[in-house]
Design a protein around this ligand. Structure first.
Ligand code: 13P
Length: 249
């Protein structure tokens, strides 16, 4: 039985004060949900203050990216070692907004993934197709490439300490969620793809769904056999709606 995981991706939103109060609001409503883990990926500059708020609570901390190099002359980048100092347990890598607006490639995403693992930070590898790719029946081919780049760089055993998030680009921030069946089909595909290389890892790895997940559609998505939780954007910015999603597990 896999443990579920719900992760909030705050993206570039909020203020220091709102980040702290959002984290406090989430902690206040956690209750005793034993079935699922929960984390928030805060903007880099709020990691220290949100880290202070979550210390000693079940709410884990994550970053939204991590550098593809360990240190050096890489202006504007934040290394995995720096994130570790602020108790980040997770780091998103390869979010579609990074891939489409900031030039992340499959290869640089794989390097970020490796850097996170070097510091025992669990990378959450984001994969997913655009609407155009889906309409051209390229969904699985795109996902193969996104997974292969990381498998080639890190090896399949690296997936023992990683999470995968399937985020169809056409569903992100659009209000157009994938149906339960559409999401399950791709999640199943990803698990089979990993299983062909290592069955035990495939059975254990958490595969999260992301893309307009909301309190009113989370239950159906989370009930699907290969969906182990969610990566939540907009709905994670409000403690009540994020908690409702978490408690739908
Ligand atoms: P939305 O939930 O706002 O669609 O964002 C999903 C996402 O990109 C999470 O990483």
């Amino acid at each position: 039985m896999r443990r579920s995981l719900v992760v909030g991706n705050w993206k570039m939103n909020g203020t220091r004060a709102s980040a702290e109060s959002l984290a406090k609001g989430i902690i206040a409503g956690l209750g005793s949900n034993k079935a699922a883990d929960i984390a928030v990926c805060a903007p880099y500059v709020y990691l220290p203050c949100v880290g202070d708020v979550v210390k000693g609570t079940p709410l884990a901390l994550g970053s939204q990216n991590v550098a593809d190099k360990p240190s050096g002359a890489f202006t504007g980048e934040i290394s995995a070692a720096m994130l570790k100092e602020f108790n980040c347990q997770y780091a998103l890598v390869g979010h579609s907004e990074r891939r489409s607006y900031y030039g992340d490639t499959n290869e640089s995403v794989a390097a970020r993934f490796c850097q996170a693992q070097e510091q025992n930070i669990i990378p959450i590898l984001c994969v997913g197709e655009t609407l155009e790719e889906r309409e051209q029946n390229k969904t699985f081919a795109v996902i193969n490439e996104q997974l292969d780049a990381v498998i080639n760089a890190a090896g399949i055993t690296a997936f023992k300490a990683a999470v995968i998030a399937y985020e169809p680009v056409w569903a992100i921030g659009t209000g157009k969620t994938a149906t339960d069946e559409q999401a399950q089909e791709v999640h199943h595909y990803i698990r089979q793809y990993i299983a062909a290389k290592d069955q035990a890892i495939a059975d254990k790895i958490q595969i999260l769904y992301g893309g307009s997940a909301k309190p009113d559609n989370a239950k159906g998505l989370f009930a699907m056999p290969d969906i182990d939780g969610g990566l939540i954007g907009g709905a994670s910015l409000d403690a009540e709606s994020f908690l409702k999603i978490y408690h739908s597990i």
